[in-house]
Design a protein around this ligand. Structure first.
Ligand SMILES: Cc1cc2nc3c(=O)[nH]c(=O)nc-3n(C[C@H](O)[C@H](O)[C@H](O)COP(=O)(O)OP(=O)(O)OC[C@H]3O[C@@H](n4cnc5c(N)ncnc54)[C@H](O)[C@@H]3O)c2cc1C
Length: 452
């Protein structure tokens, strides 16, 4: 198998990458360290093990972005989606599965494919040539992580995420909030108005602190905190350290004038920063949190201007190895400095089983096309796969880059869409209809022909 694509890691991304190569007629070799070397979260030696929840989330491909991703993956012949359908359990609108049967059959399908072989054992260094896909996930082994760090630079590899909630920009009440950078800093008007600010009175601030302190929190998994550092303290832990800590930290009200009430000095200010080039998503600055999702929604909606906010993703802090993809990867998912290495899955800064599998599938297709001397055109950013890959390879702000779930805020807005809650169902249907047409065209090669 001298012309084979080698894949490090046989998780969600690795199996999809290998499957995509085999479907394209290109041999693939998966290098998987389990069961010889384990992690704190995996229990078995099977490929594509679901380490926590047994759900692939919503299967609604008309109104939900992850459901749309399921649809696109099925259309492309995804192994994960095929086996999920085979072992589906009743779960309302969600795609939940019997996890052991699912992983067992993924493993059997991979092992019986004549174009795929599996080599057991840990890879401890990045290879220097050939064609490789690194899909070692959030729990990449220490030795390989060191090698990745050496190849990418110490600043470009993280071992924990610190995710602040992300809000759909069009759901922020701008009759309460206003745009301004602290001290109006910046060369251009765009920079001087880069932040969205939400003001709080003393009473609102005190009630907000009380709610955060009382909120239910999630715990780290056993073994997850090794190497956890003070730099990504949850916002509620900052509040626990003193009721005024946040007012002297991310919520300090200095250098800002409320555009709606210039004479009233806010007691505290919550700032939101643009999260993507499209300007559709804003993250709440400094608000990484371990609060449970339900608690986050009610606590963060206490922030004036966010009462009706819709969250593209909620916050979290997890053990999570990921690279700064917007800086490091080209549009073909290759490391710019070492183009024989592609990255795929959660290590690229997507988050979740489905997103990781989808990025594995795409990396496999790209690597196989390259091996066959073909060049695939870019995946349209209007599709779920395309929106994700565009985000991680350039659309996201590299400075504040944190792992991302698929969501409609990543899609280029529809020019004719109606705003507000009432237009939402229509808008989401518009996104998914457009995505399905564009994905089908891309799969059939129509996009390539149109581009020629
Ligand atoms: C504790 C925990 C809980 C999670 N819960 C959920 C959840 O409920 N829902 C959800 O959608 N996502 C969850 N995730 C995220 C989930 O891991 C990913 O979404 C998904 O499994 C990532 O797919 P992947 O292929 O990138 O990585 P993985 O599925 O983790 O696969 C990576 C593979 O690489 C192997 N490997 C690592 N290093 C080496 C090496 N040096 N040499 C050879 N092989 C190596 C590993 O053994 C593993 O099999 C969770 C993650 C963690 C850590």
């Amino acid at each position: 198998m001298s012309n084979a694509i080698h894949i490090i890691g046989g998780g969600m991304a690795g199996v999809e990458a290998a499957w995509a190569c085999a479907r394209a007629g290109v041999p693939a070799v998966i290098h998987e360290m389990r069961p010889k070397v384990g992690t704190f979260a995996h229990r078995t030696g099977d490929l594509a093990e679901m380490v926590c929840s047994n759900s692939f989330r919503s299967d609604d491909h008309e109104q939900n972005a992850v459901g749309l991703l399921h649809w696109e993956m099925r259309a492309a012949g995804s192994l994960v989606m095929e086996m999920a359908a085979r072992h589906r359990l009743p779960a309302g609108g969600a795609l939940a599965v019997d996890r052991d049967a699912f992983s067992r059959d993924v493993t059997a399908a991979i092992r019986s494919n004549p174009l795929i072989s599996v080599v057991e054992g840990e890879m401890t260094t990045l290879p220097k040539d050939g064609s490789w896909i690194v899909a070692t996930g959030p729990l990449t082994s220490g030795a390989l992580a060191e090698s990745i760090r050496a190849a990418t630079g110490a600043e470009q590899l993280a071992f924990f995420d610190a995710i602040a909630p992300i809000v759909h920009a069009d759901t922020i009440d701008m009759s309460v909030a206003w745009r301004q950078s602290r001290y109006d800093k910046g060369e251009t008007e765009e920079e001087r108005t880069a932040y969205i600010n939400c003001p709080m009175t003393k009473e609102q601030y005190e009630a907000f602190i009380d709610a955060m302190l009382a909120a239910e929190k999630t715990e780290f998994h056993e073994g997850e905190t090794a190497g956890y550092f003070d730099g990504c303290l949850p916002v509620e832990v900052m509040a626990e350290r003193g009721r005024e800590t946040l007012r002297f930290g991310p919520m300090k009200p200095v250098g800002l004038t409320n555009a709606h009430q210039p004479d009233v000095k806010p007691h505290a200010v919550v700032q939101l920063r643009r999260d993507n080039a499209l300007g559709t998503l804003y993250n709440i600055v400094g608000f990484q949190t371990k609060m449970k999702y339900g608690a986050q929604t009610s606590v963060f909606k206490m922030i004036p201007g966010l009462e009706n906010a819709s969250f593209a993703r909620l916050g979290g802090i997890h053990r999570n190895t990921f690279i700064n993809s917007p800086t490091l990867l080209d549009s073909q998912m290759r490391l710019k400095a070492h183009p024989w290495l592609r990255f795929a899955g959660q290590i690229t800064g997507v988050e979740g089983y489905v997103e990781s599998a989808a990025m594995g599938m795409l990396a496999g297709r790209l690597a196989a096309a390259e091996a066959r001397g073909e060049a695939l055109p870019p995946v349209p950013a209007t599709t779920a796969v395309g929106a994700l890959v565009s985000h991680i390879t350039g659309g996201a702000d590299a400075k504040s880059f944190q792992p991302m779930n698929v969501n409609f805020g990543l899609f280029p807005p529809l020019p004719e869409a109606r705003g507000g809650r009432r237009g939402r169902a229509e808008r989401y249907k518009g996104y998914t209809d457009r995505a399905k047409a564009d994905w089908s065209a891309w799969l059939s090669g129509m996009v390539a022909r149109a581009a020629e």
